[in-house]
Design a protein around this ligand. Structure first.
Ligand code: SAM
Length: 251
């Protein structure tokens, strides 16, 4: 039997690994790591380092699985993502069979190390379910949005209030003044809100949990140039930027 552990690992700082995550990592025979090309090589290397730091034995393997290309030219974003997930499932299933075989006994454990928490904008749980393992377990991790709140010493919601979680792709279309957390925004979509909502505040963080962490907070209209400058600097130095932010209307 194959069992699958989907383990949230936080955002790269080993101190963010929970003791539950460490103990789950020690149960894994085969870690599958998506190889997403040059920009994410740092992150794949970080995962391997975390394994070396916390696993107490040496009979585990880490295998990089080339991530299939998503069809970015496809008109229908939703079905392009579904096709991409199917291709991922096929790639993982092939690697599992190659490394662990198909025998029912003994039970072998496959581990996925998920950046942040598997519950936020991550398809690993869906992929793991599609693999139809004999057992599936999810271990939560510290998400970049929790880290954003901690670094800025804020509560994400106002007292009894709502917070929307969305992507850069949907932000402008859906923004209605509700406090909003934004992930997966390659191009600071919030720029388009400045004119109509000059009063908005932003709490922004990039590379949270990593040595190059960068934070900016203030009135969106005032601090946007500084955020743009820091994003460009990080991209120049590391080849990639991962950032997230909270937008809210001042009380
Ligand atoms: C595919 S989602 C994965 C989110 C992840 N599961 C989590 O819990 O943080 C990737 C997005 O998460 C955010 N993100 C992930 N790691 C980050 C970090 N270290 N600093 C800032 N934002 C991060 C960015 O918005 C990035 O575009």
């Amino acid at each position: 039997m194959i069992r699958v552990l989907v383990i949230g690992i936080g955002t790269g700082d080993p101190r963010q690994l929970t003791t539950e995550a460490v103990s789950a990592m020690n149960e894994v025979d085969l870690f599958l790591v998506a190889n997403k090309g040059a920009a994410r090589r740092d992150l794949a290397a970080l995962r391997a380092e975390l394994c070396r730091a916390v696993i107490a034995h040496d009979h585990y393997r880490v295998v990089e699985v080339p991530d299939p290309e998503r069809d970015r030219a496809a008109g229908d974003y939703g079905s392009a993502v579904v096709d991409w997930h199917r291709a991922r499932v096929r790639a993982y299933a092939a690697v599992i069979t190659e490394h662990l075989g198909q025998a029912a006994e003994p039970t072998r454990t496959v581990g996925f190390l998920v950046w942040g928490d598997p519950a936020f904008y991550d398809s690993t749980i869906r992929v793991a379910q599609a693999l139809q393992p004999g057992e599936l377990r999810v271990v939560p991790g510290i998400s970049s949005i929790q880290l954003l709140a901690a670094r800025h010493c804020i509560v994400l919601n106002r007292i009894g209030g709502s917070v929307r979680l969305t992507t850069g792709r949907r932000l402008v279309r859906e923004f209605d003044g509700t406090d909003t957390l934004v992930m997966l925004d390659g191009d600071l979509a919030c720029q388009a809100l400045v004119e109509e909502h000059p009063e908005l505040e932003i709490f922004w963080g990039a590379q949270l949990g990593l040595p190059s962490e960068s934070l900016v907070a203030g009135r969106l209209a005032d601090v946007l140039p500084e955020i743009r400058r820091r994003r460009a600097e990080l991209r120049e130095q590391h080849g990639w930027v991962m950032d997230t932010y909270l937008l809210r209307t001042p009380e």
